[in-house]
Design a protein around this ligand. Structure first.
Ligand code: COA
Length: 696
């Protein structure tokens, strides 16, 4: 059945689209709209209304069709048909009009928007530019500044701003369809194609501003520059010439390496929160959430929970720390109001939902408690023991541990099935990633509830099994090891950081270690069996900590941080330590190239990822891309470690690891069995899923 239906009512041809879930402009939709428009020439029709059923107006071109052979009518053909329709066309927008969805609306003669709807050009988030006239029509209607804002930032704007900018004619306060029909009756409608509007005025200041934004926030990405060039091309008399330039730039982006990487992530991020083996259980109801521990993590978790509408009770054994943590959450809420992120009502609502527990019993009403106390098994065990005494048997008990054994913690509960790990990333109210650690006994209902919780927190929940460091931190161990060894062999920490920053990370491993606190890794290593890690790689780290240089928090670690600034500067004291460790280890420093730094760090990351995927710690390869891009700053435009590996070729990865094993010994460099297996059959790491492996 066609997703497009048509009816004529009072000489208005109403074209209604219903293509679940989000009215993407798939081939059947485009075809249906073009066919429906063919009836518009009839004398029975004076005007056309384009409206969608379901939760939204068009969410854009169908991303799953990208990279496949084009099917006629294309989006551009459909847009031409709308613009050339002999009768005025009105677009009625609810939900979102994004990308090709907004471009479709811009090809209509009038636009009406539901008060809560949003419009945007998010193609840049897919490594693309608008390819169906968005960069040409928005400047003609509303000027270059707003066109650049929409297409470079990729962020949607509200109905109010859209009307102010003259992108939309009016807002519908209530029933959109009725408002549109009333508008049609009350207005003298004419054809007014945007392409015939005056040529936009060149705005060099806006170009400068958005080029600066792209350099700072979207470093390494090619689409933002293409957007800017396309918008620049709108300032010429010949509309078609601008459109042609936009198309050329769109095709360049589509055929480049970045867009496939980012499109793969679009689907991977949505797949991550689905279980390979679906669970039948119903989610438990969550209303009140307890947060134990009021340090940076506890504060961020509490703020995130309040943002999702939960009542939050904070608790800390230290009453002063409790007051400070509670106030810090209050300050986050106040900051959100000051920055216009929340309304006055939301601000007072969040304050009202935040409270403190004076003792363990104060948490007894909680449906879920997340402990975020110091990363020490003994302290966590104590907290779990106390919580187990006061919580209802069906309340969920979560640990925000980054490394520790969730199953060992579960053993302390009378109901181990209610225990799981919820590993947030700092700052927890901002970072999108949430590792959901499924213990051996975690019940299906608890898992389903945690996945729903991630959604309500607007986070990407990635399910993982229990192991030291789960997905993200476990992979980091190989990466940090190679970074440490490269310094012993001859690189400086600055060179390693710079090479990985040039690769696309926001910061290198030593800047990151300084930021996280060198003492955390130090304490962690003390609890590990020395056979589990390469101690030499961390001798410099250890010596720095023993000198009281714990990183940013002590104004010195690998780098110096002067006057409380977070900007690292190289420190001769660190070089001295490096030199002494080298001579103690009998290492004669050599020249290390940037290419070697990137290769060794990336191969270590990929190989550890393949090992844990083979062990079933991650459900699927694409989850590993999602974790690294959203939690560890892996450049989005490279698609994540496995997408990068697939692009290089798994055979090449295997032979490079074997070469490193020959050169450096096979203690750490042994090819993960799954990696070798997939390379042999020419399959992809990103596409691998445990469900596929079970069915094979
Ligand atoms: N093409 C194809 N599929 C799309 C799509 C598109 N443009 N937009 C969304 N989908 C799919 C998602 O993959 C998801 O599929 P799944 O249920 O199989 O996982 C489903 O539609 C729902 O999307 P989701 O993002 O989970 O829903 P949401 O309600 O959280 O968000 C949107 C809705 C429209 C805001 C969001 O989907 C979105 O931003 N879409 C992409 C917009 C875009 O980039 N458009 C420009 C394309 S050039």
């Amino acid at each position: 059945m066609s997703p497009v239906s048509r009816e004529v009512q009072d000489k208005c041809l109403i074209i209604t689209i219903n293509h679940a879930p989000v009215n993407a402009l798939s081939h059947a939709v485009r075809d249906g709209i073009v066919a429906a428009l063919s009836g518009a020439g009839s004398d029975d029709v004076d005007v056309v209304l384009l409206i969608c059923d379901g939760r939204t107006f068009f969410s854009g071109a169908d991303i799953s069709e990208f990279g496949k052979p084009p099917k006629s009518p294309s989006l551009a053909d459909m847009i031409d048909a709308l613009e050339q329709c002999p009768k005025p066309v009105i677009a009625a927008i609810h939900g979102q009009a994004l990308g090709g969805g907004l471009e479709t609306a811009l090809a209509c003669d009038y636009r009406i928007m539901d008060a809560s709807a949003r419009i945007g050009l998010p193609e840049v988030t897919l490594g693309l530019i608008p390819g169906a006239g968005g960069t040409q029509r928005v400047p003609r209607l509303a000027g270059m500044e707003i066109a650049l804002e929409l297409a470079v930032s990729g962020k949607p704007i509200s109905a109010e701003r859209a009307v102010d900018a003259k992108l939309v004619d009016c807002i519908s306060p209530e029933n959109l369809r009725q408002t549109a029909l009333r508008f049609i009756k009350q207005t003298r409608l004419t054809k007014r194609p945007v392409r015939e509007m005056p040529v936009p005025i060149m705005d060099e200041a806006a170009i400068e501003k958005w080029s600066g934004f792209a350099r700072k926030k979207l470093a390494g990405q090619t689409a933002p520059d293409a957007v800017i060039e396309a918008v620049r091309a709108s300032c010429q008399e010949d509309f078609l010439a601008g459109l042609t330039r936009e198309r050329e730039l769109f095709v360049d982006c589509m055929s480049g390496a970045q867009s496939p990487a980012m499109r793969q992530l679009f689907f991977a991020e949505r797949l991550a929160s689905k279980l390979e083996v679906p669970l039948q259980a119903d989610p438990l109801s969550l209303r009140t959430v307890g947060v134990v521990g009021t340090g940076t993590m506890g504060v961020g978790i509490a703020a995130a929970m309040l943002g999702a509408g939960y009542d939050v009770i904070m608790s800390d054994a230290n009453t002063d720390a409790l007051t400070v943590g509670h106030d810090r959450v209050g300050a986050i809420i106040d900051g959100d109001l000051a920055k216009g992120r929340i309304t006055g009502a939301e601000h007072s609502g969040r304050h009202a939902k935040l409270s403190k527990a004076q003792d363990w019993a104060g948490l007894s009403a909680c449906d879920l408690v997340v402990e975020a106390v110091f990363e020490d098994m003994e302290i966590k065990k104590l907290v779990f023991g106390e919580l187990d005494k006061v919580l209802r048997p069906d309340a969920i008990l979560a640990s925000n541990t980054s490394y520790l054994d969730v199953d060992a913690l579960a053993q302390l509960s009378r109901n181990p099935e209610r225990v799981l790990g919820l590993h947030f990333f700092s700052p927890a109210h901002i970072m999108k990633l949430l590792e959901i650690v499924r213990g051996e006994q975690t019940s299906d209902a608890v898992m389903v509830t945690a996945l729903k919780l991630a959604k309500s927190l607007r986070k990407i929940g990635v399910v993982c099994g229990v192991c030291h460091g789960f997905i993200g931190n476990r992979m980091l161990t190989g990466y940090a090891r190679e970074a440490g060894l490269l310094v012993l062999e001859g690189a400086s920490p600055e060179q390693v950081d710079k090479a990985l920053k040039s690769f696309g990370f926001p910061m290198g491993p030593f800047t990151m270690a300084d930021m996280a606190g060198l003492d955390i890794g130090y304490a962690n290593r003390r609890k590990l069996d020395p056979r589990q890690f390469e101690a030499r790689a961390f001798h410099v780290h250890d010596q720095l900590v023993e000198m009281g240089r714990k990183g940013q928090k002590t104004q010195a670690g690998f780098y110096r941080y002067e006057g409380g600034e977070r900007i690292p500067s190289a420190d001769a004291a660190t070089s001295k330590i490096v030199t002494s460790v080298r001579s103690r280890e009998g290492i004669v420093p050599r020249d290390v190239s940037d290419a070697e730094i990137v290769e060794r760090c990336m191969l270590a990351l990929i190989n550890e990822g393949a090992l844990l995927l083979g062990e079933g710690i991650a459900q699927r390869g694409s989850d590993i891309n999602v974790v690294y891009v959203n939690g560890y700053g892996f450049p989005r435009w490279r698609g994540g470690p496995f997408h990068y590996a697939d692009a290089l070729g798994l055979n090449q990865i295997v032979s490079r690891i074997e070469a490193l094993a020959d050169q450096h010994g096979s203690r750490w460099w042994h090819v993960a069995p799954l990696l070798r297996e997939l390379a042999e059959v020419d399959r992809s790491l990103s596409d691998y899923s445990s469900a596929i492996s079970q069915s094979n």
